[in-house]
Design a protein around this ligand. Structure first.
Ligand code: UD1
Length: 361
């Protein structure tokens, strides 16, 4: 069987690594995987380093399409991916998550009648202002196999009338968090480089359009981080989009105490997540990695797709509101969550379940 894997943005490299490693290890005689990188993320530490850290095979094709308006970006990708599908004639197109690369892949594949397998199907924030919500709803609508990471995701699809081809596979990111937990600690040098001690620093990230593209929201978030940084070391790896906008809005004065650094490699990220006292983020993946590694998390959004982390007491939604963020921060300083009543993300075998299902379908 020939599978065309389409990736483009940082979180997709992590998810695809779970499947690619599994194919390399156990399914080489049955599956030929071709990896297409749209080029959406292109900086070395947003892209290349993820392939080398996790030993993902090099993409056969890189379309080198990035930046610009969402419509133009998606349209260029659609055109490029269509050509590749016509050339390669895959039996399946494998898509991850909810980025513009995912949407372009789903449109190209469905028009050419190539079946789509969507990993991380069924997630919903119920906020149509997020480009990701639009991308995932459209992709789920046309996918043949919908691999849901949780029961909540299965139920979300049921509410939309989608039940055929829906599988609760567990979360490939949980697989990855287990595989690389120790290796990250061993290989990462970030704690030494920044002179950080376990439990004595806060990790923060912020890159979502809804936070960065509104000056007021970014200001509120930086205000809270700067306040926290007066008493705690706050490490903030800055996404290129956020970096540009902090400068554009003249918000530099709100980052004097925060330790701003370049985006981190995957191993450095996992190492810091495991050792941080708390994480503040608007990333979906980091919310979950915090949960996997038992680090309390404050989410800088008004809603989350990862409701289980909230229900189980390890995550608090604070939005882009300085007062709420500080309140949640103080809560976790006083109350460290200690138990997990259930484990919602599978048993670390999601990638195997996904490949086995694709092979028999
Ligand atoms: C994208 C995804 C988002 C995901 C995020 C992970 C969409 C709609 N959004 O958002 O769901 O959480 O990736 O990071 O697909 N840039 C660089 N260098 C890079 C990457 C980006 O300079 O390596 C710049 C781009 O040129 C652009 C900005 O950062 O100006 C935003 O990048 P873009 O790919 O449009 O979206 P993300 O914000 O990264």
């Amino acid at each position: 069987m020939k599978i065309l894997t389409i990736v483009g943005a940082r979180p997709q490299f992590i998810k695809a690594a779970a499947i690619s490693r599994q194919i390399e290890k156990n399914y080489k005689s049955q599956i030929t995987e071709i990896i297409l990188h749209t080029g959406q993320h292109f900086d070395n530490n947003m892209s290349e380093i993820f392939f080398s850290d996790m030993n993902i095979p090099k993409p056969k094709i890189n379309l080198k399409i990035s930046g610009g308006n969402h419509g133009a970006m998606t349209a260029k990708m659609l055109e490029g991916i269509e050509k590749v599908i016509l050339d390669e004639k895959p039996d399946y197109v494998l898509l991850y998550g909810d980025t513009n690369s995912t949407l372009a892949g789903s449109l190209a594949a469905v028009k050419l009648k190539v079946p789509i397998a969507h990993v991380e199907a069924g997630l919903r924030s119920y906020n149509m202002n997020m480009p990701e919500e639009v991308n995932r709803i459209l992709t789920d609508r046309v996918a043949k196999l919908l691999f849901c990471p949780t029961n909540i995701a299965v139920n979300n699809l049921k509410k939309e009338g989608i039940t055929e081809g829906v599988i609760n596979s567990g979360d490939v990111m949980y697989d990855i968090s287990l595989i690389f937990k120790e290796e990250a600690q061993k290989k990462s040098t970030i704690k030494r480089r920044l002179n950080l001690k376990t439990n004595e620093f806060i990790l923060a990230t912020c890159h979502r359009a809804e936070n960065t593209d509104k000056k007021e929201n970014l200001k509120e978030i930086l205000n809270a981080l700067e306040n926290i940084a007066k008493n705690f070391t706050v490490i903030f790896p800055v996404h290129p989009r956020t970096k540009k906008l902090i400068e554009f809005y003249n918000l530099d004065s709100l980052t004097t105490n925060i330790v701003l650094i370049e985006p981190l490699s995957f191993f450095d990220t996992l190492a810091l997540e495991q050792s941080a006292k708390m994480i503040l983020t608007d990333s979906g993946g980091i919310q979950k990695e915090a949960f996997f590694y038992n680090t309390p998390c404050i989410t800088l959004r008004d809603e989350t797709e990862w409701i289980e982390t909230i229900e189980l007491g390890w995550n608090i939604l604070a939005g882009a509101n300085s007062k709420n963020i500080l309140q949640a921060f103080n809560f976790f300083i006083d109350h460290h969550p200690f138990e997990k009543k259930y484990l919602p993300y599978g048993d670390g075998m999601a990638s195997k379940i996904i490949i086995d299902t694709i092979l028999i379908s």
